[in-house]
Structures are given as C-alpha cells and as structure tokens.
Design a binder for this molecule. Structure first.
Ligand code: NAI
Ligand code: OAA
Length: 257
C-alpha cells in the first residue's frame, strides 16, 4: 500500500517512524525546500500534486489542513485517515467531505485519537443514549495558544481551573488543537450539540487526562485515560499518534477488530 501523509509535526513524525515507507508528504509551501538531505520523500504543497498511485493519505496536520486538502484527496478516490476530526464540527466542511467521498467512491476514516471506549459509545447508541459527558484535563502548558489564555494565567496557575463548559461543537471549534477528542465523542455518540464538555487546566498533573461518561438503555460506563504527551508537543497525546498507526494497520488487515 502506498501511503502519503499531510503534515510534518509531532504526530506526523511519530506516524512516519512507524511506517515502512511514506510515499509523499503534503507540507506548507514554505517547507517545500526544507527537507533534510537524508529525507528523500516527495514533498508537495497540495493534494493535486499527490501521485495517482497513492492508496491512502493520512492527515496529521490539523483542522485547516483537513479543510484545505481533504475534499480533493477524497474526490480523487484516495482514502483518507484523519486525526483532525474536530474540523467536522463545521457542518459545511462535514458536508463537503461527505460529498467528496461519495463522488470519489473513497472513505474518510476517523482515527480514535487520544481517547478510547468509542466502540462502547457507538454500540450503546444503538440502544439509545441519555447523557454523554467528556472532561478534558491537561497541564497548563498544554493549553498555551488556546482560549484558556484569555481567562487564566497559565504560567502562575495554582489550582485546577475550568476554562470551558459547553457543548462539543463549541469546544471543537474554539480549541482546534485541544478538543478533537470532544468531536470524536460527539461523532460516536449523541452528536455535537448534546455532548457536554468541560476543559480544565490542572497544574497538579503531568498527563493529558480524558474522562468519558455515558448513560443510556445499555446501562452506564466511565472511561478514564492518563495519556503521556508526545515529547515534542505537550498538547498532543502519544496515543493520538498511535491511533493513526493502528487505523492504518486495521485497513490492511484481513480480519479487523
Ligand atoms: N484526535 C485527537 O485526539 C488529536 C488530534 N490532534 C490534531 O492533530 C493536529 C496535529 O497535531 P501535532 O502533530 O501534535 O501538531 P504540530 O503542530 O506538531 O504539527 C502540525 C503540522 O501540520 C502542518 N500543517 C498545518 N497546516 C497545514 C496545511 N494546511 N498543509 C500542510 N501542512 C500543514 C504544520 O506545518 C505542522 O508541521 C492538531 O492540530 C490537532 O488538530 C492532536 C492531538 C489529539
Ligand atoms: O492529545 C490530546 O490529549 C487531546 C487533544 O489534543 C485533542 O483532543 O485535540
């Protein structure tokens, strides 16, 4: 399988290090000439330059990259795995990606990202869900560059502080680098409006802690994960990068779980 990637950040580097070969990489135009001499990968600036024989593209570059490159990749009949699923909180983009996939007879696969138990939520949805709540906690440095900065002094924070309380659509839209998990939970469960989200900066922790609780016809469950961040990006959990590799592996397996 010829696999290409979008982005060259923390998640993309992890994913590439776990793939035998990467065929092509879509990067920002300013980075086209910046490849290290040892890196022989074909670097291109947009989806129209991705070679025709590419079987699968992997988006590890965030919401704007999925919006920019996703529709053409799918229209060209190339399957796409994305970790930037918070971008789907934009109903217009959601519809555009869906239409592109139908037109190209391709599929957009949503990596599970930094959370687990989405399989449980999807199954529970069949019987009917009553409440779904997601709580995202990160150390203060994980919220730098986000709207948390407008309500909290992240450098001097002493106590755990809630800086967002609302629904998954608002969270995914306002926190494109931090609330993709809220979108993953919404898409697997009761949708963007009904999924309750709280985001917390917590100086007493050194992990990205995600908690998911649901009740419904099936009963109830709570899932909690303490995820280590990737060494080169405190915002992104290592599990998010691992989930992309797992999604690629699943797509190539004869028997999938
Ligand atoms: N689903 C989940 O649980 C998670 C999802 N994410 C998403 O993954 C994204 C990437 O995370 P990291 O690798 O840690 O971030 P990063 O900041 O280390 O890397 C992002 C890379 O994307 C590139 N990029 C941005 N826009 C681009 C465009 N239009 N075309 C080509 N390249 C572009 C940047 O140059 C950079 O190399 C985050 O922005 C976030 O939206 C991150 C963590 C968890
Ligand atoms: O990596 C994480 O822990 C979660 C994250 O940034 C996101 O949901 O966008």
């Amino acid at each position: 399988m010829k696999v290409g990637i979008i982005g060259d950040g923390a998640i993309a580097r992890y994913v590439r290090s776990h793939l035998e070969d990467t065929h092509v990489c879509i990067v920002r135009p300013s980075k086209i000439g910046s490849a290290e001499a040892s890196d022989t990968i074909l670097r291109v600036a947009d989806a129209s330059q991705v070679p025709d024989d590419t079987d699968l593209m992997i988006d590890c570059a965030g919401h704007s990259a999925l919006a920019q490159h996703g529709p053409l990749i799918l229209k060209r009949g190339i399957d796409l795995v994305t970790v930037s699923l918070g971008a789907l909180a934009d109903a217009h983009l959601h519809q555009k990606l869906r239409a592109a996939a139908l037109q190209g007879a391709s599929q957009l696969h949503l990596a599970s990202g930094a959370i687990g138990a989405l399989d449980c939520l999807r199954a529970a949805k069949v019987g009917g869900l009553e409440t779904v709540t997601y709580l995202g906690r990160k150390p203060p440095q994980g919220w730098i560059g986000s709207p948390a900065e407008s309500t909290l002094d992240l450098k001097t924070l002493k106590d755990p502080s809630v800086h967002f309380d609302g629904n998954a659509r608002e969270a995914a839209t306002a926190y494109p680098k931090n609330a993709n998990v809220a979108a993953a939970v919404a898409l697997a469960g009761v949708g963007f409006e009904q999924t309750k989200v709280r985001l917390i900066a917590d100086p007493s922790i050194d992990a990205n802690i995600h908690e998911l609780s649901a009740t419904g016809e099936f009963g109830s469950f709570t899932f909690r994960i303490e995820g280590k961040a990737l060494p080169d990006n405190p915002k992104s959990s290592a599990l998010a990068a691992m989930s992309v590799v797992a999604a690629i592996n699943r797509m190539q397996a004869a028997i999938t779980s």
